[in-house]
Ligand binder design. Structure first.
Ligand SMILES: [Zn+2]
Length: 238
């Protein structure tokens, strides 16, 4: 789904996105930030745009996680924008595997948003490859992506992953208590969505405070610039 409606504030974005799949939320958040083009870019680029759009400059991601080996709680501080590795300049891969030759483009945010939310993993994989395979041939004869054997599909997928490393961000963590090291994946969509959720909750509290103090409606309060909203809030709050 490509979302082109203009979305005003964190409350609207949150409410509209609540019922959406993560892939559709990613496009919603980018649309709200004026980045309507990002859906047609490879997933790693989408994720980089999402982190830029949803993360105040210089803000670090704080997370608490548990060591899988000794169970200690660790505080992790990461710069998510620096974690998303750049996508290859060529948004297409060519793979030769035995007598098969496949050319495929890198999956985009739009591709992910088009997949059925209720599909099984194997169906989603087939659907995604069908969208992305540009041409496939076996011993020089064109074939459908659906008849490609498993080793060829794996080779195509690993070429895609190598060309768009930002589509799967792995972070290496280590435990100060026991020295264990492990890697964990960072989900930029979930992270961006959580930051919108927090902003929406803060905004709702501000609306409540100002409505109670001045009798203004929600619409009137949301029309105030953030600067004026803070000014009136500071007059209300002790
Ligand atoms: Zn540990």
């Amino acid at each position: 789904m490509t979302s082109h409606h203009q979305v005003g504030n964190a409350l609207d974005v949150w409410e509209i996105g609540l019922s959406m799949t993560p892939a559709a939320r990613a496009l919603l958040l980018l649309g709200a930030a004026g980045r309507h083009d990002a859906g047609s870019r490879p997933v790693g680029e989408r994720d980089r745009a999402l982190l830029q759009a949803c993360l105040p400059a210089g803000r670090w991601l704080d997370a608490v996680t548990e060591c899988p080996s000794c169970g200690s709680q660790l505080d992790v501080e990461l710069d998510p924008a620096a974690l998303v590795a750049p996508t290859a300049s060529e948004p297409q891969v060519s793979v030769v595997c035995g007598e098969y030759r496949v050319v495929a483009r890198l999956p985009t945010g739009d591709d992910l948003a088009q997949l059925s939310p209720s599909g099984l993993v194997e169906e989603l994989r087939t659907a995604l490859l069908a969208r992305c395979v540009v041409s496939a041939d076996h011993a020089g004869r064109a074939v459908e992506s659906s008849v490609l054997p498993e080793p060829v599909l794996l080779a195509v997928e690993s070429a895609m992953a190598a060309a768009d490393p930002g589509a799967d961000v792995q972070v290496t963590l280590s435990c100060a208590e026991c020295g264990a090291e492990w890697s964990s994946s960072l989900d930029p969509v979930r992270f961006a969505w959580t930051s919108v959720e927090h902003a929406a909750r803060r905004l709702a509290v501000d609306v409540h405070t100002l409505a109670q103090a001045y009798g203004w409606s929600e619409a009137e309060i949301l029309r105030l610039s953030p600067f004026r909203r803070r000014l009136y809030l500071s007059a209300v709050a002790p």
